[in-house]
Every structure is written in C-alpha cells, then in structure tokens.
Ligand binder design. Structure first.
Ligand code: PRP
Ligand code: ZN
Length: 300
C-alpha cells in the first residue's frame, strides 16, 4: 500500500503588509514555490511544504482547526482570535512559537485632531469604533473604563467623521492612515509584530521533523539578518580590550600573523549590528585592517 504523501501546510496573509515579507522569509529558508493560477496556493517544489494564502483574520482558525500546521500572522490578529475563539471546550487553540521581528505595528486608540484628550478617563461612556472588539474590551476592563464598543469590520478610521464613534481603536503602522483622517494616536493598546503559530494537533514524526527543520532555518535567517563577520588585526597587548568591544560575539578565533609577533588576527561572528562607532572604538583601542562581512547562512 502506498502511504499518501504528507505535506506541511502554512497559512499566510494573501495580500497585505505581511505577505511579501513572509514569502521572502520562507524563500530564505530555502523554499522554492510554484504559485497556482488563482495565486491562493503555493506548491513547495523542493520541500514537502505548501502555502495557503488567505485573509489574515482567518489564519488563527485555520491553525487551531488543524487545516494548516503553521501560520504567520500579526500578534494583533492572533490575540484577538485567541480571546474570541477560546472557551471551555477549546481552551488552547495553538502554540505561538515565536516572534519574527517584522511587521511591527501597534493597536492604538486615536482621537479626532483638535479634540480634548485627558487620559484614559476621557474614554468613559464614549463610543470607540474598532475591528478588534475583544482586545479593546479586555483593555477597557483592565483599566476599569466603561465605554461602548462599536464593532466595525473595516473603514474604522472614518467612523468619527460619520458620527458613528468618538474614538477609534485600530492598527497603526506608519501612521499615515490616521493622519489622512485627521486622527491622532492617544493610547497604546497592544504592540504587535508578525508571529508564527503551530497547531496543537498531534503531528506525525515526518511532519514534526520538517517543522523543526523549518523553525531551525527561520532562527538561522533571523540571526543572520543582524550578524556580521568581523576580521581585524590587534596588538597582543590590547587583545582583551578589543575582544570586549566586539558586539555580541562569543569566543573569537585568534590566529598569529606571519612575520609579526606583536599582532594577531581576530575573526568573530558578531550577533549584533556593527556600527561605524564600534569600528571607531576598535581602531582607537589599537585594531587595524578592520573588515565587516555579511553572513549568508548560519546553522547553530
Ligand atoms: C491596518 C489598519 C489601517 C492601516 C494602518 O490595516 O486598519 O488601515 O493598517 O497603517 P498605517 O499606519 O501605515 O497607515 P491592515 O494592514 O491590518 O489591513 P486589514 O485590516 O485589511 O488586514
Ligand atoms: Zn485583516
């Protein structure tokens, strides 16, 4: 009997702020895809992985219902659904594996420009339009504010102008949507970024192995983004000081230099950004021939 082929399914936002970056991240993990005509399905050509491009709001449910094994979405969407979908029958919906450090934005309350805002108390007994009713409700309860939540599925930013609400609670990324609608941010509700979630359904050994492999590669890709390979020459007398100045490096390689007993070559992977200031301090400490190189791949 032929065992049916097992494939990992990953849910991604089909068009929006996270789409391009999510696809790029998976490409950097080595995934090559072929996109279907309707562009909603991507077949992994070199790995047993398929991508489903869906509305971001549907991603948490697809993963909790085990239609997809993994999903990449904003923490705002994940947390809203966690509050909405969680109940006694379904206490834990999915595991959040980790934050991906892109798609940074915040869920915030905004007020019409020119209007008064004197802190959270100003929200008391007022109307706040949002498409994140569960997160807003939780926030208001935590701060013991009674306010009416006006639940809208879109175009939240025009609610005050239409007289439907006094404030809005919406996602702010660059702030241009607020500015275009004469609104100003007055209260932060939740800091968000893209996160990856995994189903809680039991996985076959095959799927588990592949998921671990993807996650390991994702970690590698993230580390590589910030890491640099630094090479320099250092006088032996200043070696300790110079090594201390290398940002986020663990035990660098120290090798002798031909024909110069007073100096050594230092090679180190720096896991933090290497700025001009760092190089200047290294030089002041006696380092010379400084080179900073990008790292293409990294596997711990
Ligand atoms: C959010 C939000 C605003 C916009 C803010 O929508 O609803 O419309 O982004 O971004 P800005 O501060 O850069 O102007 P989102 O991208 O989440 O789309 P969606 O609600 O349709 O998923
Ligand atoms: Zn959405």
């Amino acid at each position: 009997m032929k065992i049916p082929e097992q494939r990992i399914k990953i849910a991604l936002q089909k068009s929006g702020r996270l789409t391009e970056h999510s696809l790029d991240l998976l490409a950097r993990c080595g995934l090559k895809i072929r996109q279907s005509k309707d562009q909603l399905f991507c077949f992994g050509e070199n790995m047993p992985i398929d991508l489903l491009l869906v509305r971001d709001d549907d991603i948490p449910e697809l993963v909790s219902d085990d239609v997809c094994d993994l999903g990449i979405a904003g923490l705002n969407v994940i947390e809203e659904k966690r509050l909405t979908l969680c109940n006694a029958d379904r206490p834990a919906l999915f595991d959040q594996i980790y934050a991906l450090d892109f798609g940074h934005c915040r869920l915030a309350i905004a007020a019409p420009e020119g209007g008064d805002y004197g802190g959270l108390r100003s929200l008391q007994n007022r109307r706040i339009a949002t498409s994140y009713p569960a997160l807003l409700k939780e926030f208001l309860e935590q701060h013991e504010i009674d306010a009416e939540i006006v639940n809208l599925s879109g175009a939240v930013e025009i609610a005050p102008r239409l007289g439907k609400a006094d404030f809005i609670c919406d996602l702010v990324s660059t702030g241009s949507t607020l500015a275009a609608n004469q609104l100003r941010e007055v209260q932060n509700v939740l800091a968000s970024e893209a996160v990856i979630i995994q189903t809680r359904a039991p996985l076959s050994e095959f799927k588990e192995e592949w998921i671990n492999r993807i996650l390991q590669r994702l970690t590698g890709v993230q580390q590589v983004r910030e890491s640099k390979y630094v090479m320099l020459h250092a006088p032996r007398s200043a070696l300790d000081q110079i090594v201390d100045l290398l940002p986020g490096s663990e035990s660098p390689t120290i090798v002798g230099l031909g024909g110069d007993d007073d100096k050594v070559a230092v090679h180190a992977v720096c896991r933090e950004n290497v700025f001009w200031e760092t190089l200047e301090s290294l030089k002041r400490a006696g380092a010379s021939s400084l080179l900073v190189l990008p790292i293409e791949k990294m596997l711990a």
